[in-house]
Design a binder for this molecule. Structure first.
Ligand SMILES: Nc1ncnc2c1ncn2[C@@H]1O[C@H](COP(=O)(O)OP(=O)(O)OP(=O)(O)O)[C@@H](O)[C@H]1O
Length: 258
């Protein structure tokens, strides 16, 4: 379970961009965060894995209070948080298998990693996961020879190799065409169920949030102003979340979804 309490983030001396946020996510649910550009969605995700340092408040993942950790303890705790990125963040010149195994860095010795002598169990797990997401036949291909959807599948497998306790996805479909986007969203939803893994997705596409996630959290000016089932996201709620924002901010809104 992820529990965020009274989270505040202020960059420099300015206004807080996260204002006393409370959010709890239980296992096996896929939660999307929507909101206009600048609402604080990425900052929230980055506070969870401490890429951004919260100003105050607490974030607890299962029994570990992430906000208190420093140094080696923080590095250990970060391994429990899988991350999937908009731009995939693969190493292009490495193979799919090498990219996937980089999810085990921090678990295996530097020597094993440098000489590509991955433990047998890690190779078995990598093949199982690659098989599951349909990229096992690309194991020896260079990452830059794959399509966007295939690259994102590599990104997902790399994150799962960490055996994470939660998966955070920061705009995971923003670089993909609509059909591939839906496949990746469907995959994240199915993996969440199969692995009993909570997944938190920062997403601009409201249609995908409604179709593929169990719960939608709407942010505006650093606050959560909507937190409900997808079917509760009606026009009035959309207007509250997006009023005054450019149309592009509500990509795939209610009209396109219906
Ligand atoms: N490193 C930083 N230093 C200063 N201000 C920042 C920094 N990162 C983000 N901000 C500000 O914090 C606010 C929230 O940004 P954030 O990126 O979290 O929003 P977002 O909802 O993810 O937006 P988008 O959908 O455009 O990615 C914005 O006003 C942004 O300018």
């Amino acid at each position: 379970m992820l529990k965020i309490s009274d989270l505040v983030k202020r960059y420099g001396g300015g206004e807080p961009v996260l204002k006393n946020l409370d959010l709890t996510i239980e296992g096996e649910s896929v939660v999307s965060i929507i909101g206009s550009s600048g609402a604080g969605k990425s900052t929230l995700l980055r506070c969870i894995n401490r890429l951004v340092e919260p100003t105050s408040g607490s974030i607890t993942l299962n029994d570990t209070e992430l906000t208190r950790l420093r140094g080696a303890e923080l590095r250990r705790a970060r391994r429990k948080i899988g991350m999937v990125f908009q731009g995939f963040n693969l190493v292009d010149r490495l193979t799919v298998m090498e990219n996937v195994q980089s999810g085990r860095l921090g678990y295996i010795s530097t020597w094993a990693a440098l000489t590509r002598r991955y433990p047998k169990d890690d190779i078995r797990r990598a093949y199982e996961l690659m098989e599951r997401v349909g990229i096992a036949h690309y194991a020896d291909k260079r990452a830059d020879e794959l399509s966007g959807g295939e690259r994102q599948r590599v990104g997902v497998v790399r994150a799962l190799m960490q055996k994470p306790e939660i998966l955070l996805a920061d705009e995971p479909t923003a670089s993909l065409d609509p059909k591939t986007s839906e496949q990746i969203m469907g995959l994240l939803r199915d993996l969440s169920r199969e692995l009993k893994l909570p997944v938190l997705i920062n997403i601009h596409n409201v249609h995908e949030a409604r179709e593929y996630t169990d719960r939608i959290v709407g942010m505006r000016y650093g606050r959560i102003i909507f937190d409900d089932l997808p079917q509760a996201l009606d026009q009035e709620a959309m207007d509250r979340i997006y009023s005054g924002s450019p149309a592009a901010d509500r990509a795939g809104g209610l009209k396109e979804a219906s």
